[in-house]
Design a protein around this ligand. Sequence first.
Ligand code: GLA
Length: 702
Amino acid sequence: MNKSAKLMAILSAAVLFAAASPSGAQNRPASRPVNLIRLNGGKFIYGVDYYPEAWSEARWTKDAQMMQAAGINFVRMGEFAWAKMEPKEGEFDFSWLDRALRILGAHGIRAILGTPTAAPPPWLYAEYPDIEAVNKEGVRYRFGSRRDYSLENPHFLAAARSVVTALAEHYKNNPDVLGFQIDNEVGSPRCYDSDCLAAFHAWCRAKYGTLAALNHDWGTIFWGQTYSAWSQIPLPWNTLYGVSNPSLWLDYDRFFSDATSDYVKMQADILRRIAPSKALTTNEMGLFDAIDYSELNRQIDFVAWDNYPMLAQDPKDYFAPGLAHDLMRGSKDNQNFMVMEEEGGLPGWSTFWSRQVPAMDYRLWAYQAIAHGADGVSFFRWRTSRYGTEQYWQGILDQDGVANSRYKVVARMGSELPKLTPLLEGTHVISPVALLVSPDSRWAFHIQPLVKGFNYDGQLALFYDAFRRKGINVDVIFPSDDFSSYKVLVAPSLFVVNPVLVSKLTRFVSSGGTLILTYRSGVKNQYNVVTKETLPGALSRLAGTEIHEFDPETTQQQTIVDRDGGIYPATVWHDILSPTTASVLAHYGEDFYAMRPAMTLNGFGKGHVIYLGTQSSSATFYDRLTGFADGLAGVHRGPVLPKGVEMSVRQRPGEKLIFLLNYTNQPQTVSLDEATRDAFSGDPQKREVKISPINLRILIAP
Ligand code: GLA
């Protein structure tokens, strides 16, 4: 698909589903794309995560007034309120939530309600202590936290079905309820209890059919682990030395991811059947990798996720939230998404986060989300809790409830968004470059982490940042996605491959794409078993190179020397390449394999494959490598961006919105090579665009 065909496909899919599927639950596909701005009556979803149940009702009107005055039109509520919604088994009370919704509704604020299954009530634990999950060591958790139950426990599931059914029935016709968030941050803890074990056995049976097939594909001949009954198969729990068969372990990771998707589906099916007009989502966690989000997101209508830039990394690493936004967008066909929890204050549970940032940072991070395709942002949380585990986790308001600097910044953004909304609606992020995330490889590297210093996501970031420094939009996609619209595809350390993926990559390159592969690619088959072909295994022909030797050493001073004589550190892993049809782009500089190839280029069909046998700690190295790939593939770089400035583009036919975000404390200037208008004032803009400190500019270009 070319770029404009892709944009048209996204646009035509992204209708408000209620209009697109009038016929009710039976005829509806499991998941329907949602235009979030239309879902919210033409308004950008701008809100807060609100816990009215923790405050006196006398305060609710004041809250709603303050929210409205700040331009807030949305709240997410209820995801931990099971004990209040169902104080006794089978006795439901939504009256308090009805009152909150009425007050909010009267102030123009609508809601997504969380199904409250993230926090089962004490009576459920008391009645069925076995709902608690069991950890790897075989120890059952004890009541007192949240999301600590086994996803496979029948008592928990029955109670969850019952409360979700009651919630859906109660709110199916409430116009102030836009939709439901299923549970809260699903994906942990992994389960090791007997229900989970039984479910894993059923999963294995469904996948392999016979024990003979499982024994063969898992290579259970090793250490004499051949199974003669399904019931003998263990979970990768606390074995001696902490080891399990990597093939079993990878299937367990897949099983747990599937079990989580099935759990979301269980709730989604109930909600869809009873409340077909409501949009469904669940709040996800960016780079969190226990779940294959590309699979789970088939169950929901739009992606929502929780963005905590300060929690995730050094606040100076301004590209990192972008990578997570782009992965989240990519986990559901690059449809626009929303941030269900946007950092709105200092994080902290038992201890405070070590450093306060200016309130303006929160606005900039929220705009960064928009620049990457968010059509909704909800700050976590409206007001800092007086109670419980999160007393130190700052909301917009502090416990005292008075307007503070963060509230003023939120209000500033709230006053800006109505002007921006018509410009945003129908625009999408379109990228010439994609990073391929392989959930199988990510899991397999957790199981066998390769060497100290190896970090799969870290490698994604090295490439991601290099493209972003050039102002190039990047998609982050999954193996089941269509690769054909991209000019450059980077698939770092593609450790686990299967024939379908190899043929998709082959098609991509044959028809003109540029593929970048790196070390430890093609090593394992889909069963997490090492290939018996010469490395990089099924990718050898594409790469035009073979690997007969490698050096895993990470501490020595190895270097990569490129064809221009540039010397860069080679810090993680060293595949010593033996090109077959490829030419050499760089060689190693040190040790017994000095002058042996470190990076190759292979022409294949109409396209190219670059194979990099190592990893560098040098950003300049990745700038040069991606620049070379861009040159081969005809990707145009953006303007020169000062350090600390990010550019991201959203577009619709005939119009581009250019976001320039300045994360530094200094004014910055970017020189654009096209005529633009300022999105807020509409005024024509000089080519030299000035951006004040911790601020942004949004420009419209034809
Ligand atoms: C997560 C959860 C929230 C809250 C925040 C802060 O994102 O979804 O309920 O706990 O973390 O801790």
